[in-house]
Design a protein around this ligand. Structure first.
Ligand SMILES: [Zn+2]
Length: 337
């Protein structure tokens, strides 16, 4: 039996715990209904109880290599403390590593949730076989990670890859980070709902207004469904979304010049609605992307006109494939070293 590690995904809304074998098999997965907004100690108790159960069940099979945690927010990796968490403010300043280590008595590893997503996709998903890639997760906001030589690139404060707060509109919508016009104000679930509400307020988006009125939770999914039915105001919202994401990606591609960029998170499932505009914008704004567009993205005649160099390795921009399990695989991988 192969050795195994525990992976924990503490996203903004839910808490999931899994046992993953060292050869990448999901052995068991537990979804905890614990509300993350209650006291951190209560959450950690419930989480550690579930982890203990998994450890006991799988211990006979192989050696436990450790437990890895993907946590939403900014983590001080040295101190093992959550410094900032927009989704779960009660965790700010909480010494999460000590609290967990005390209860479990095993080696534990912390990381930001988008960064463990990236590790998961790189290990077993869209980035498999690529030791260098960047990941963007489109959810409530935009998470990001850069993987170099198979490892997360942290930067000085563990904050490298904060793609969501790259400015794309100098005088744009204010952001919680203190800046204006951050990418996540235009290309996230929150941004979709804001743009829909603004469209409704003009009086020119009757279908959106009807959807917003009939559903208690007016969601990005409803806007997507309308866009796919051809509703013009909803389509325009995804056009703006794709444009914003294309501008952001163009900057990232120009700075990093990696082979692989993976787009994940819940809102990535609206790919059909935003990707055409995203690629158009990206080609227009990134000289590196335009010169290395994959063949299937570019007709031959157009390619010749743009002087595309066929000998250059292609830049790949693609959807994540592991869904929400990416975080569990990546967190477990973190503990495997
Ligand atoms: Zn911001």
């Amino acid at each position: 039996m192969p050795d195994f590690a525990i992976g924990v995904d503490m996203g903004g809304t839910n808490l999931r715990v899994a046992a993953v074998s060292s050869d990448g098999q999901m052995l068991q997965k537990i979804n905890l209904s614990t509300n993350l907004s209650v006291r951190p100690d209560v959450v950690v108790d419930a989480m550690c109880e579930a982890i203990q159960r998994l450890m006991n069940q799988h211990r006979g099979g192989g050696t436990l290599l450790g437990a890895g945690f993907g946590i939403a927010g900014i983590i001080d990796l040295e101190a093992g403390v959550v410094r900032k968490s927009a989704n779960v403010p009660s965790w700010c300043g909480y010494p999460v590593r000590d609290a967990i280590e005390k209860r479990l008595g095993t080696r534990i590893f912390l990381e930001n949730d988008a960064k463990v997503h990236a590790l998961g996709e790189q290990w077993l998903g869209a980035g498999r076989g690529s030791s260098e890639m960047a990941l963007l997760t489109l959810g409530t906001g935009i998470g990001g990670a850069i993987v170099l030589d198979g490892k997360i690139f942290h930067g000085l404060h563990g904050m490298a890859g904060e793609f969501g707060h790259v400015t794309i509109e100098p005088e744009g919508v204010p952001c919680g980070c203190g800046n204006r016009g951050c990418a996540e104000r235009y290309a996230s679930a929150t941004a979709l709902v804001r743009m829909a509400r603004e469209a409704i307020a003009t009086g020119n988006a009757p279908e959106l207004a009807r959807a917003a009125g009939s559903e208690p939770e007016f969601s990005a999914k409803l806007i997507y469904e309308l866009a796919m039915k051809g509703d013009e105001p909803a389509r325009r919202i995804f056009h703006n979304f794709g444009r914003a994401l294309g501008i952001l990606l163009a900057d990232i591609v120009n700075i990093l010049n990696l082979k692989m960029y993976v787009i994940g998170g819940g809102v990535a499932s609206a790919w059909d609605a935003f990707a055409p505009t995203m690629f158009e914008e990206l080609r227009r704004r990134s000289i590196i992307y335009a010169a290395s567009v994959p063949d299937e993205m570019q007709g031959d005649a157009e390619g010749a006109a743009l002087n595309i160099d066929r000998t250059l390795q292609k830049t790949i921009i693609t959807r994540a494939v592991l869904g929400s399990d990416a975080g569990l695989y990546g967190a477990a991988k973190l503990a495997m070293g």
